[in-house]
Write a protein that binds this ligand. Structure first.
Ligand SMILES: NC(=O)c1ccc[n+]([C@@H]2O[C@H](COP(=O)([O-])OP(=O)(O)OC[C@H]3O[C@@H](n4cnc5c(N)ncnc54)[C@H](O)[C@@H]3O)[C@@H](O)[C@H]2O)c1
Length: 345
């Protein structure tokens, strides 16, 4: 259980998809439910989930989006509001987000804002969503070219994580999730980092999911609304968001951008004596195991400019997450001039 302002359970396991309807029934009596999903996940899992819930006397409707980051936009949010409204969803009903982080973030923000709050169950189907986006209550859409610019903190009522969903993921999408897993390891856990370095990933998958969720839970419980400690979870992300924005959310995934962002920060940290020498190379070696990119051909000045809308900027100050050594994150408060110097040197 996550002891947030509104506590919720996280169920983690394998082969629990077949019992999803039974689990849902133990939390909700039959009522209206909207399953938000994308076209790919709908074909794989959405139809059978909907059929099972209908057998349990739920009144189910499906809202589908096109797969991909570009769907996390205000047009789809408006369509979803219309859909919820036309279906007559009340605050007694609920939403299920069945999919990756894109579905989870969009459905989460709709749940946070429609009728000032409708219950949502997160059923994450990508590694990234299981270890990160489904837990912690951050919801958002991209807006005005900026990443996650409009959103809310809104906790789910329940998170159901089935590691078997990951069997149908493309290797590339699995690796995107590994970028976030390596973020946890680099920022918080040298032992997790070593385990990933030295193990066959399939042998430790469930352990990884569990350890990442426990790490996230412990941080969210200290700082639910991202005032300080939680910012460390954004290690590599200010650069990642700038890269995604520069690329207009095309041709690069969030995980790939995070991978480049983490290496960028470690390298700059080494230049400024903030990070032990050799740590960037250690991370690069592991990222390459998962075929993640470690650099990108974009002028650093563009990365700086595109990072200025980041939510870790407060007026003339920017908080940067650095890592003195693998397993330890630290927050650095810089003026914009110092930040520019840090990025561009
Ligand atoms: N809210 C948060 O705290 C938080 C944290 C990290 C990332 N995010 C957000 O998460 C998003 C990225 O999420 P993502 O990497 O899951 O991408 P995604 O949701 O776009 O999913 C990636 C692809 O995998 C497919 N897919 C999903 N599940 C599948 C399955 N089981 N089998 C086969 N294919 C499947 C999808 O159709 C999609 O094409 C970004 O928008 C990022 O900003 C949010």
């Amino acid at each position: 259980m996550v002891r947030a302002s509104r506590p919720y359970d996280i169920l983690i396991g394998r082969n629990i998809f077949d019992s999803f309807d039974r689990i849902i029934v133990s939390y909700f009596s039959p009522r209206k439910v909207v399953i938000v999903t994308d076209e790919t996940v709908f074909e794989l899992y959405g139809k059978s989930l909907s059929d099972d819930l209908k057998k349990r006397k739920f009144n189910v409707k499906i809202f589908k989006i096109k797969p991909g980051e570009q769907s996390k936009n205000i047009d789809n949010l408006t369509l979803l509001y219309d859909f919820l409204n036309n279906f007559g969803i009340t605050r007694n009903d609920f939403i299920i987000a069945l999919g990756g982080g894109v579905v989870g973030d969009l459905a989460g923000f709709a749940a946070a804002s429609f009728l000032r709050g409708v219950s949502i169950v997160q059923m994450p189907t990508t590694l990234l969503a299981q270890v990160d986006s489904s837990v912690g209550g951050k919801t958002a859409i991209n807006f005005g070219g900026g990443k996650n610019l409009v959103g809310a903190f809104y906790n789910p009522s329940l998170v159901i994580c089935d590691a078997d969903f990951l069997k149908t993921l493309q290797f590339k999408t699995f690796c995107d999730g590994m970028a976030e897993v390596l973020k946890y390891a680099t920022a918080f856990s040298a032992s997790l980092f070593e385990k990933i370095q030295n193990s066959k990933i399939d042998d430790i998958l469930e352990e990884i999911i569990l350890r990442c969720i426990i790490l996230k839970k412990s941080i969210v419980e200290i700082d639910e609304n991202d005032f300080r400690e939680r910012m460390k979870l954004n290690f590599g992300h200010t650069i990642a968001h700038a890269i995604e924005k520069y690329n207009k959310y095309e041709n690069i995934t969030h995980g790939q951008a995070v991978s480049i962002g983490m290496v960028y920060i470690l390298r700059q940290g080494e230049k400024f004596g903030l990070t032990k020498k050799g740590e960037a190379q250690k991370l690069i070696n592991v990222l390459k195991k998962f075929r993640l990119p470690v650099e990108i051909n974009i002028p650093h000045s563009e990365i700086f400019m595109n990072s200025l809308l980041d939510k870790k900027r407060r007026g003339n100050k920017m908080t940067v997450v650095v890592s003195p050594k693998i397993g330890q994150a630290r927050l650095l408060d810089l003026t914009l001039d110092e930040y520019k110097n840090f990025l561009l040197s």
